[in-house]
Design a protein around this ligand. Structure first.
Ligand SMILES: [Zn+2]
Length: 202
């Protein structure tokens, strides 16, 4: 039943067979914005043991349109593949496109990047936040799913800190080194230099 104190409401779950095995897809709705989010789980994730997990923010261009401007698509695939290999895990898919600025603003930012600005400078030039993502959504999902501790798949130590701040217990950071190409080398370098991402050995 709906609890007004919790803005993210679970709605329904179904089977989701994928290239990387069969997941359960859990659907949630943000009652404040109407925005819809999903989590894909495999195995018993509520048994109290740390769960291999990724908190993935939507990137339509990278996840679905095969863009090589970023590394989101390969990271998502690698995360699903890693969960399958472990036989147990969770991928939370948060619909906050373009680090939260939305798809059309992302295109505007890409246009400025085509003219020579980097990803951070482009957002600033448009008067947009560099990162507008809301990770408390993941905390609500974990509470619903009965998950207490994560082994988080990310290259971004700042994300570990950000998720910890909203009350998520991360016992290990698991690097994901995939999806590097010539088109996104500059973007990944900027993320490493300006946003603290790690690009250590492949
Ligand atoms: Zn992306």
């Amino acid at each position: 039943m709906s609890n007004p104190a919790i803005p993210l409401q679970f709605v329904a779950a179904c089977r989701l067979p994928t290239e990387w095995g069969e997941f359960t897809m859990h659907g949630f709705e943000d009652t404040r914005s109407g925005q819809e989010h999903v989590a894909l789980s495999m195995g018993d994730i509520a048994d109290g043991r740390p769960v291999l997990a990724r908190v993935h923010s939507e990137c339509l261009t990278g996840d679905a349109l095969f863009s090589q401007r970023c590394d989101c698509g390969p990271q998502l695939q690698a995360a699903l593949q890693a969960v399958q290999a472990a036989g147990r895990g969770l991928v939370m898919y948060l619909r906050q496109e373009g680090r939260g600025i939305g798809l059309i603003n992302k295109i505007r930012a890409y246009q400025l990047q085509d003219q020579g600005l980097d990803t951070v400078e482009a957002n600033v030039a448009l008067g947009l936040p560099v990162d507008a993502r809301d990770f408390v959504l993941a905390k609500y999902m974990l509470d619903h799913l009965g998950v207490r501790q994560l082994r988080l798949m990310t290259n971004n130590p700042q994300k570990v800190a950000t998720l910890s701040q909203v009350g998520i217990d991360i016992v290990e950071r698991v690097p994901l080194q995939v999806g590097h190409n010539l088109e996104n080398a500059h973007y990944l370098h900027t993320k490493a230099v300006k946003m603290g991402h790690m690009l250590d050995a492949d």
